[in-house]
Ligand binder design. Structure first.
Ligand code: FER
Length: 277
C-alpha cells in the first residue's frame, strides 16, 4: 500500500515538475513598439437572468480574422472589481500582445465579464453586502445561459468544451473553479488565482474526481505565498492530490494583488488551448 501511495505521489510530483511555472520576466507587462497588437472592445449582451443588458469587454488578438474560428477564455475579476478590473490593473492586452509577438500564445478571444450578476452591478460601496456577494453565484446562470450563447452567436468561435476556458482572480477564482468544475461539459480549461472563500469545499467542488481526470485539459490552482486566503487554494490542491487529479499547483511569491495575478495570467496564457508537451 505504501509503495502504491509513494508511486502515485512520485508520478504526481513529476507531473508538477514537468509543468514548473516561472515568474514572468521583467518587462512582460510593459508596452512595446509592436507591428501588430490586439484590440479591446466593449460589448453589451441581453441577460434573461438579471433582466437587463449587461456589459463585458472582449480582447481580439493581433491579426484577428472573423473568417477564422477561435477558442475563448472567460476571465473573471475580484470582489472589488467589475468588467474593467483586469484592464484597469492587470494590463492583459499588453501581456497578450507581448506573448503574441514572441509566438507564445495560441490565438484566442478573451472575454472579461462583470461577475456580479445583479441590476446594479457597479463596484464600490460595501462589496461584502450579502446580496452583492450572492450575485457572484447568480453569475453562473448569466454566464451559461446568456453571455456564452451571445458570444457564440456574435463572434467566430469554436463551440465546444475543448475551446472554452474559465479563469479568474480571487472571488472570480472561486467562480471559475465552482462553475468550471461544475460544468466540465462546457469547459475543459479551468483555474483559480488566489481563490476566495466563495470556492466550494473540495468534496462539493469535485464530488467525482474521475470525471476531472478524464475530461480536463488543464486544472490550475495558484496563490501568493503571503496571501491570507492561501488556505483555500491549499485545501483544494490537497484534495486533488489525494484523489490523483492532475493539476498544476503554483505557489508563487506574493500577496493578494495584481503582481501575482499578472504573473498568473502570463503563465496560463501560454498553456491554454495547446496540447501538453
Ligand atoms: C472573503 C474574503 C475575501 C470573501 C471574499 C473575498 C465572500 C474576496 C476577495 C477578492 O475577490 O479579492 O471572506 O467572502
Amino acid at each position: 500500500m505504501r509503495k502504491i501511495i509513494c508511486t502515485a505521489l512520485c508520478v504526481m510530483s513529476l507531473n508538477l515538475l514537468l509543468h514548473a511555472q516561472e515568474v514572468a520576466p521583467k518587462g512582460f507587462d510593459v508596452e512595446r513598439k509592436l507591428v501588430s497588437t490586439g484590440k479591446i472592445d466593449s460589448i453589451i449582451y441581453p441577460s434573461k437572468t438579471v433582466g437587463v443588458s449587461r456589459k463585458a469587454l472582449i480582447y481580439t488578438p493581433p491579426g484577428y480574422n472573423p473568417n477564422k474560428k477561435y477558442p475563448v477564455l472567460y476571465l473573471l475579476h475580484g470582489i472589488g472589481g467589475d468588467e474593467r478590473e483586469w484592464v484597469r490593473h492587470g494590463n492583459p492586452q499588453i501581456i497578450f500582445d507581448n506573448l503574441y509577438a514572441e509566438g507564445k500564445m495560441k490565438p484566442m478571444l478573451v472575454v472579461m465579464p462583470n461577475g456580479r450578476a445583479m441590476k446594479d452591478d457597479r463596484a464600490g460601496g460595501d462589496v461584502m453586502a450579502p446580496d452583492r456577494v450572492a450575485a457572484f453565484s447568480t453569475f453562473e446562470k448569466d454566464l451559461l445561459d446568456d453571455l456564452i450563447p451571445f458570444i457564440e452567436k456574435q463572434f467566430p468561435v469554436v463551440r465546444d468544451r475543448e475551446h472554452r476556458a474559465i479563469f479568474g482572480l480571487s472571488m472570480g477564482g472561486g467562480q471559475a473553479l465552482n462553475f468550471g468544475l461544475g460544468h466540465m461539459d462546457t469547459f475543459a480549461w479551468v483555474g483559480g488565482f488566489s481563490s476566495a472563500p466563495n470556492t466550494k469545499m473540495p468534496q462539493e467542488l469535485l464530488p467525482f474526481p474521475k470525471e476531472a481526470k478524464n475530461k480536463l485539459k488543464l486544472l490550475w490552482i495558484s496563490c501568493g505565498d503571503q496571501d491570507g486566503l492561501l488556505n483555500i487554494s491549499k485545501r483544494t490542491h490537497e484534495y486533488l492530490l489525494d484523489h490523483e487529479v492532475p493539476h498544476i499547483y503554483y505557489l508563487e511569491p506574493g500577496r493578494h494583488d495584481f503582481n501575482v495575478w499578472r504573473n498568473d495570467l502570463y503563465n496560463i496564457s501560454q498553456l491554454l488551448f495547446k496540447e501538453k508537451k
